[in-house]
Design a protein around this ligand. Structure first.
Ligand code: NAG
Ligand code: NAG
Ligand code: NAG
Ligand code: NAG
Ligand code: NAG
Ligand code: NAG
Length: 272
């Protein structure tokens, strides 16, 4: 008795042999010259980046393409049909709005998500009504950058209240869109988070403030991160940067501006 591992190979060979013997027409369908192939570029993609599914060995006389999600090419998983005659796409049930089909059959998948991981199938239809099919795989990995950079849906912002303030008055630098996991706030003078420019730090864990080299004695930090700046002088005009630290060590930064006007400017405005 033969080992079972040998039989599938032998079966495959004889199946091809039968087809060749039965019909010479079938011969043209066999992958003898150039077989359609799909290549994912890049091979693995970070979440939020673009992936190109390159269609290789597309036959010359192609009339249209159909892209499917999955390996089987099921109608309900159809992403889009591209017709070379109209150069336009017809979106299918699996179209997400992030896919683009090029005239050469390649599919551009924009801003991929983890859920996009999986197989994709291209079916081509040529003018002699020959259909060819090939599948490729998209592999999306979670990008650490997604944690480090401010999330696009909730960007940390600083709002000075009021936006212009008279000399001798107070301004509150309000913190908006602060992520829920902040454990520390650091306020800096200027647009850089340089240690020498630190005004004050606040720890959400110890609930205490620590003054830095740029502290003037007129800044009060609140537990929600907002900074009250009292008795302003014209020299306080400028940029102020807040850096927050999250409980997973991620940091976010945002800059706000304080504009202090003097009495002469104030009078000038009032006289207008
Ligand atoms: C094109 O088809 C040939 C023949 O089937 C194959 O050897 C080759 O790998 C294909 N090209 C690509 C890029 O897959
Ligand atoms: C198909 O077209 C796209 C866009 O022009 C291009 O980036 C890609 O390299 C082309 N694919 C092949 C296999 O030439
Ligand atoms: C919160 O973040 C969103 C997205 O970046 C932004 O559109 C919105 O203006 C921010 N809210 C405030 C109060 O700054
Ligand atoms: C820090 O304070 C902010 C504002 O009060 C709050 O939303 C956040 O949950 C606090 N974080 C921790 C770790 O207590
Ligand atoms: C932060 O706290 C201060 C003082 O309690 C308050 O005036 C301010 O409205 C708070 N900021 C936000 C964004 O809630
Ligand atoms: C505000 O600042 C000015 C100049 O620095 C000082 O003379 C004045 O006493 C301060 N006022 C208060 C209420 O702190």
């Amino acid at each position: 008795m033969e080992p079972p591992s040998a039989s599938p190979h032998r079966g495959h060979v004889s199946w091809q042999g039968i087809l060749l013997a039965v019909s010479p027409l079938t011969f043209w369908n066999l992958p003898t010259t150039a077989q359609l192939a799909i290549e994912s570029v890049p091979f693995t993609a970070a979440e939020g980046t673009d992936v190109l599914l390159l269609a290789h060995n597309v036959s010359e006389n192609v009339k249209g393409y159909t892209w499917y999600k999955g390996e089987r090419g099921i109608d309900s998983h159809q992403i889009a049909i591209y017709l070379t005659a109209t150069q336009g796409i017809i979106p299918g049930p699996a179209y997400s709005g992030r896919e683009m089909v090029y005239p050469n059959g390649s599919l551009l998948f924009q801003r991929v998500t983890l859920e996009d991981t999986g197989f994709y199938t291209l079916q081509t239809l040529s003018s002699d009504l020959q259909a060819e099919k090939a599948s490729g795989h998209i592999c999306v990995y979670l990008s650490l950058l997604t944690f480090w950079s401010p999330h696009p849906t909730a960007q940390l912002t600083i709002e000075p209240v009021p936006s212009d303030v008279a000399e001798g008055r107070d301004v509150l630098l309000l913190v908006h869109n602060e992520s829920g996991n902040t454990v520390g706030y650091h306020w800096y003078r200027g647009q850089v988070t340089d240690r020498s420019r630190l005004i004050v730090s606040y720890s959400n864990i110890t609930h205490s403030a620590t003054h830095g080299p740029a502290f003037s004695g007129r800044e009060i930090v609140y537990p929600n991160g907002s900074l009250l700046f009292v008795n302003l002088t014209k020299e306080d005009t400028g940029f102020y940067t807040l850096q927050t630290t999250g409980d997973n060590f991620d940091t976010e930064a945002a800059t706000g501006e304080i504009r202090v006007y003097g009495e002469s400017w104030n009078l000038h405005v009032q006289s207008q």
